[in-house]
Design a protein around this ligand. Sequence first.
Ligand SMILES: [Zn+2]
Length: 487
Amino acid sequence: MDFRAILEKLNKKLNVARSFVSKVMKKRHARTIAAASVIAILFASSATIVSASASGVVYIDGEAVCKVESQAEFDRALAILEKLHVENGVSDRTDKKITCSFTLSTVEKVSASECADILYKECMRDYVRAYCISMKGIEIGFCATYSEAEQVVEHFREHIIDSVLENDSVADFVELTTDFSIDSKICRSDRVKVPETLCRTVLNIDDHDKTEDGESSNRVTASGALDFLYVDKNFAFGMLKNEAEVELPKFDFSFNLGQLNSSIEFKTCVIETYSEIIPFETITVETDELYVGQSEIQVQGENGIADNEYEIAYIDGVEVSKTLISSNVISEPIACVKLVGTKNYPSTAPTGSFMWPVLDRFVITSGFGVNREGLDDAGTYHKAIDIAAARGTSLYAADGGVVTFASYSGTYGLIVKITHENGVETRYAHMDRIDVKVGDRVYKGQMIGTMGITGRVTGPHVHFEVRINGNPVNPRNYLPSDKPWEN
Ligand SMILES: [Zn+2]
């Protein structure tokens, strides 16, 4: 059989196959490979009818590029093509029509993956890798280099911030809380713009402001009073509705501007200065001048004042943060100095010698055993010495011991009795106030109360008695010969 005969035979079979396919195609629906573009797939199916030498010829916009073995192989090629788009981050999908039909062709027969490579190369003919500026996934535009994209983003930021500041008389500055991102992507080469064009397109376009017909210009405002984008309705929204109906725009505005504007979030910041207190600190100083548990304030603390400058940030009028930026001290705080005693309490055991129960200057107004004027009968002699000073003068235990009485007692008035060792007792009568109670162990020199005029008295004094085994003795014999202020 010569070549021509073979060809004729094949053509006959092919016609049968075509009529079959047209019936099948009414039931089949076109497959899509991407969300953006609809791709019609025409494929002459059914290997049982078609001879082995005929294959699926793959076309791009009507131009045969290769052929594959079967429908399954074509499906596989489309799947691989889709994967290539995704893997390479192709931003826009081709609007080229990819079809497959059963016919004879001299194009090379290839595997599914080779077919996908050929298709991808064809799809990418007008595509380039560029830097995509986006916000929250919304593509705004493309630049050829990263630094150009950065330049544009910087300009966008400035524009947004200026717009906010223009509309907010209180804000001192503005901070974007959602930012633009720059990613390397593959896109149609005509989408790549120089920074100037991209900025002029997306941002405030003077020409649009000047438009007399209000309808043709649309100012999109973001949340609050932000005027971010001034765009032409046809570009901004017309394209979204129906790309085909709108004349190809000079600038690509196929992103959703409304969505973009609502994506822009920003904080307005205000600088405020407040006069605030600097609390004083308390410094503790140990001293053996005081007993353990005793304390004394040596220096009173005083709060300082500072003018503090804060950066206060607001989102939608609600304060979200307050940061101290600087502090100008008007007056330094004065630290409080607290003395804390470390001295151990003296032993309450008697020392065997007495000290004067009054340390302030005093006079002895009545001695021991001296008969008072007009009292000369036996048994009425004075069993103590009277030590006189001002009412309220502190009284101290003459030696260590245990308090056995601390109360009111007839002519004695308020009286404290302290028992020491070896049957020695001291008494302090006519007191104004008692600071100890029965059972207290007191040390020599411990304050026990104050001098008063309780009981039978003519003036403030302490009636100081010393008893040995119950017998009053002359206290002067047990007290230092010098008065406290004399040594
Ligand atoms: Zn007396």
